[in-house]
Design a protein around this ligand. Sequence first.
Ligand SMILES: [Mg+2]
Length: 406
Amino acid sequence: METVLLADMNSFFASVEQADQPELLGKPVIVCGDPAKRHGITLAASREAKKYGIKTAMPCWEALSLCPEAIVVRPRMARYVETSLVIVEIAKEFSPLVEPFSIDELFIDTQGTEKLFGSSVDVASLFRKTVYERIGVPCSVGIAPNKLLAKICCDVEAKKSLSGISKWSYEDIPVKLWPRPVKDLFGVGKRMEKNFKNMGITTIGTLAQYPVPILKKKFGILGEVYHLSANGIDNSQVTPHSHDDVKGIGHSITLPRDYYRWEEIQVVLREITEEVCCRARRKGKIGKTISLYVRGIDLISSVQRSKLLASYSNLSTDICPLVEWLFQQHWGSQPVRAITISLSNLMDDEALQLEVFADRVAERSLAYTIDNIRYRYGKTAIFKASSLSEGGVYHERSTLIGGHKA
Ligand SMILES: [Mg+2]
């Protein structure tokens, strides 16, 4: 059954600006990043600006040369994050199974909601209507039997359709999915597109029928993932995130690009772990279970693993080695896009303080001292030297949201 929806906000940042400033409605608007940071790249272009051929990620000067009268707006990331959360709340009015996928995309599984709202198409149109009425942002919705197909259906069909809604079933795969270029398959970037081209694979259909042993030999586990994806198979469920899970303290980041090298990934793992530990210390909590969630560049390759610590802790010197171990055990050499680390199975620090930290008083008080300095003078007052290396995102994250000024 086609119960999975992928809703994608149209020209999200630009639409939010137009909704907030009605004088921008109907005008070509481009949201441009900080020139110093992102070389003035177009982060979003309104529908009117897109008509001039302006695309996301185009340098600002190029966008302006295509449409000199375009109105340039600086990004307000905090506002977009806030709006994004409102959209998630609206989605939850339709189903408990809502999974945010990016700042402007989310999955909704409508199974079991038929009696309340009718078919998945009915939910899609009611959701679109509600989002537009409440926050003034239009969206497109792809509907399919699974997340992978819903995402592709939205990207290649719904966004271009007048109604903004498209539905694919498994029967549509040979007709609608297979003739498409292989780059349209979710998770196939420029690099893979080139690899496939060298193997004579240009359409999703060729990939779907390509011998699996050869794909596996060439790409490892990913080879199998590509085979399944090309056949429209995706068994991953729409999983509501529990970011605000009171039982655990977690931190997640989506990386600004794909990370391939262990040295870079290690730096990020350490930073996130330190952030989690720091938050645990601020709350006076220690935890026994560490969990790692890693997502690759496609929907299917993700891994969630947990491990028990030898003893309760909130020190990254205890926790980091386990996080790195979990990563190396359970994640191959595939590129990484998002990482979440959380500490759960919590208890009060004070309660066990003497017992657990008896021989580690110095280490513990150092950690708390560093936290205090950061709290008083800002996060960049003290940081690990490794954060300065290429993979480090600590500096960025301490003042920016999603890589842009808040
Ligand atoms: Mg969008």
